[in-house]
Ligand binder design. Structure first.
Ligand SMILES: Cc1ncc(COP(=O)(O)O)c(C=O)c1O
Length: 429
């Protein structure tokens, strides 16, 4: 497997020039500047279709795909979700605001959040079809709003903390283990269900999310079993909804290729749900999958320009114009990446380098220890699998201005977000 296989599906190397969807990356960098983020529409579409076709093959009842907006959300991306009839998972009032401004209808908005504020809940009640309830205190606040709000009121799903760990690349991306801050224990969830019944709150489903960037669906099965046991105990009336979250992984480095198959994830979940329901005499639920990373990560590429090369003992640093302000994933969880030089993308390495950004933090690292061909000051580098949890976790650290973001299609470049300016930094003062 080669490095180029990490890039979007339309990526090509022709005459030592790297292009995506027919657009030459050197030309884009010259026109829009760097750091620059690119999304390939064809790769986004292919990922959504992979989920749809796997669900059609393996799950015989109603099923929906919810895009976890936390991976990256802006108006264009929210509109893209509607071209595939996806629901959007919005964490709180801010993401709900983006979805609403993009024209996403109420029935396609679902709201998450581990400690939703009053404003988050009010916005959810006004704009969303579903609220996933994280805890009992939140449920009491929802009940207070319920009595004062007219219909339609969102469906409520209860978020379970299964207490089961899945293997992810870092403990900070695990959310379903015993000590996790997310969701309700079995006992708390049963109390919440009783509270909903006593107060005529529209309880319609169960949700859990085990973590992010795992590659084996097997550890989800005990959590699915536990959720189905609870479902049986609660006894939903009418159609019920079941969501085992998202979290399916992607390959970030050539060592991790081939890409984990969405099909095996969807198949694993579908089979466990069908078997578990049959055993318990339950009707099949409306199944919801909630991917973020596996829908958008591979479509994204980050482009940086190298401004200096430093030798420090055995180490060679390439210093670039982007780093932890647009991609904090190394600093947060030691994430691994790979990259190609844009001017000689088929060049074989060379030497082992580390790549760091321009910010005043030693943790401002993009890549540690990667074999690269000879890279010089002024060269452009392209980092694949940059579409998820980069820009949505970006900051203005050191006065960084967030990069421009382009959507690429054959014959068309759409600027989804313009580069921030100093005036943007000052606009809130
Ligand atoms: C509740 C919930 N659902 C879905 C996701 C999406 O996870 P991923 O992007 O790994 O698919 C997350 C990510 O943290 C989440 O917290």
């Amino acid at each position: 497997m080669k490095r180029i296989d990490l890039f979007p599906i339309t990526t090509k190397i022709e005459n030592e020039r790297l292009s995506i969807a027919g657009h030459d990356l050197t030309n884009l960098a010259e026109q829009y500047g760097t750091p620059l983020y690119l999304y390939d529409r064809a790769t986004l579409d292919a990922a959504a279709l992979e989920y749809k076709s796997a669900l059609a093959s393996y799950y015989p009842a109603a099923a929906s795909i919810t895009y976890a907006g936390k991976a990256f959300l802006c108006l264009t991306l929210a509109q893209w979700t509607q071209s595939h009839s996806l629901t959007i998972d919005c964490t709180g009032e801010g993401e709900i605001g983006i979805a609403v401004a993009a024209g996403v209808p109420r029935e396609k908005i679902l709201v998450h959040g581990v400690n939703k504020s009053h404003a988050d809940l009010k916005s959810a009640i006004k704009n969303a079809a579903t609220i996933v309830v994280d805890n009992l205190s939140e449920l009491h606040r929802i009940k207070d709003l319920f009595t004062t709000t007219s219909s339609p009121f969102p469906d409520l799903w209860l978020r379970l903390l299964p207490g089961v760990t899945v293997t992810t690349h870092h403990t900070h991306t695990q959310t379903g283990h015993h000590e996790s801050k997310f969701g309700m224990t079995r006992e708390e969830l049963l109390n919440a269900a009783n509270f909903c019944k006593e107060n005529n709150l529209p309880i319609k489903g169960i949700h859990f999310h085990q973590g992010s960037n795992f590659r084996d669906p097997e550890p989800l099965i005990p959590a699915i079993e536990m959720a189905l046991d609870l479902t049986k105990e609660i006894g939903f009336s009418g159609e019920w909804h079941f969501c085992p979250g998202g979290g399916w992984g992607v390959a970030y480095h050539e060592d991790e290729l081939p890409q984990p198959l969405v099909e095996s994830y969807v198949r694993g979940i579908s089979e466990a749900v069908i078997e578990g329901c049959t055993l318990r005499g339950l009707d099949l639920p409306h199944l919801h999958l909630e991917p973020g990373r596996s829908l958008v990560a591979r479509a994204g590429v980050a482009m940086y320009r190298v401004g200096a090369v430093k030798k420090r003992g055995d180490k060679t640093w390439l210093l670039t114009d982007g780093g932890m302000a647009d991609n904090p994933r190394f600093a947060l969880y030691g994430a691994r990446y790979s990259c190609l030089t844009v001017s000689s993308p088929s060049g074989e390495g060379g030497e082992r380098v580390s790549i760091a950004g321009p910010y005043c933090e030693s943790g401002d690292i993009v890549i540690e220890d990667l074999l690269m061909p000879n890279v010089k000051e002024g060269d452009l580098i392209a980092i694949p699998v940059a579409g998820a949890y980069h820009l949505s976790m970006s900051s203005n650290y050191n006065g960084a201005r967030k990069p421009a973001v382009l959507m690429l299609e054959e014959g068309q470049v759409l600027q989804m977000l313009r580069r921030e300016t100093v005036a943007d930094l000052l606009s809130k003062d």
